[in-house]
Design a protein around this ligand. Structure first.
Ligand code: SF4
Length: 359
């Protein structure tokens, strides 16, 4: 379901644009639709007032909570059901953050990501994205939303931009507290500067080598790391906000001296932060997580070379890894071990948690 479907529905109930904004604002902020009875009847048409109870139920039904899985770090993974029975995950992050899903599944097919192995099931509508925020806000405050759950936001651009526009205006979330995360797509670099809400941008780099990147992210747009950083730098300067480059650290694959040199070559002097997240090992995939000490040493070396590097830990690691696991378990309740996530969602999730920062 899309926000524009909601707008049309409200229009048929007699709402003018101001009435519609009120209903959508209260919904996105998880405030009651029927607060202040006298004001309500004097402001909204009678047809809409009469429909409000049913409408509130409809809005609450766009995404409903299936289960909640608290982590030891203050995060909590939420498994949500959409109206057609598909499920997605959101993660409540420490310090009032929320990670939302933008697709059921993902078509990019990153080799280290279980979500990517299953392909795309369907897009998540813009109303379903905002509904994740509304549901989270009914449980705790949300002041930051990162689009780093299941899915590649660039592959669902219209819905994601529609949700960002609402959240960054009547949704009452600061523009730079909305974080669009992508593997890097020309359509994103064209679209983001044109929006009235210009979110922060996170770009999944993972390696400084074009050939390795093609192997690791087989169906990502064929942009070289240089082209990605060049486009990222343009957006950083235009939006006056640094790019967050995401780097899922895979032992023996992208943790060598050559990559350190590559990162320095790419990012030195750039308006950028490098978020380095040690990979979460899963049985089904052959990739290994480097030790925290190894990862810390790499981050320290980068820091010494002038690269602002933050070493991140995934939020809710004790809840069996990351996004995708809960959904996999719900789809296959007999699964003994739950399937993990897109590795960069762990990245992203941790981006808001800032558990370990080298400075
Ligand atoms: S890591 Fe992200 S972009 Fe890659 S397949 Fe997984 S969900 Fe998709």
């Amino acid at each position: 379901m899309r926000i524009q479907d909601l707008r049309q529905r409200l229009q048929t109930l007699g709402a003018n644009p101001r009435h519609t904004q009120r209903v959508l604002r209260l919904w996105a902020q998880a405030l009651p639709q029927d607060g202040g009875r006298r004001e309500l009847t004097s402001f909204l048409p009678a047809t809409l007032v009469a429909a409000l109870p049913a409408l509130s139920e409809e809005l609450a039904g766009i995404a409903t909570l299936v289960s909640e899985h608290p982590g030891e770090d203050g995060s909590a993974r939420l498994l949500l059901a959409l109206a057609d029975g598909q499920t997605v995950e959101s993660v409540l992050l420490p310090r009032d953050g929320l990670c939302v899903s933008t697709q059921v599944g993902c078509a990019v097919g990153c080799v280290f990501c279980m979500t990517g192995q299953g392909g795309l099931v369907r897009q998540v509508g813009s109303a379903e994205i905002v509904a994740q925020v509304a549901l989270a806000r009914s449980r705790r405050p949300v002041k930051k939303v990162v689009f780093m759950g299941m899915g590649e936001p660039a592959h669902n651009l219209d819905n994601v931009l529609e949700a960002i526009d609402l959240l960054g205006t009547i949704g009452n979330i600061g523009h730079k507290n909305l974080v669009f995360s992508t593997v890097g797509d020309p359509r994103v670099f064209e679209a983001l500067p044109r929006g009235r809400v210009k979110p922060a941008l996170a770009l999944s780099l993972h390696t400084s080598k074009a050939a390795l990147r093609e192997q690791l992210l087989p169906r990502a747009p064929r942009l070289t790391p240089e082209e990605i950083v060049e486009a990222g730098e343009r957006y950083a300067r235009a939006s006056a906000y640094p790019i967050q480059y995401q780097w899922t650290l895979l032992q023996g694959i992208n943790d060598g001296d050559d990559e350190i040199e590559g990162i320095v070559r790419l990012l030195h002097g750039k308006y950028a932060i490098l978020n380095m997240i040690p990979y979460n090992t899963v049985d089904e995939l052959p990739y290994q997580r480097p030790s925290w000490e190894q990862a810390a040493a790499i981050a320290r070396r980068l820091h010494q070379r002038g690269i602002l590097t933050k070493l991140r830990q995934s939020a809710g690691q004790d809840v069996e890894g990351g996004c995708g696991q809960l959904r996999a378990r719900a789809d296959n309740p007999r699964a003994r071990r739950v399937v993990p996530i897109r590795a960069d969602a762990a990245t992203s999730i941790s981006a808001a948690s800032a558990d370990a920062t080298l400075s």
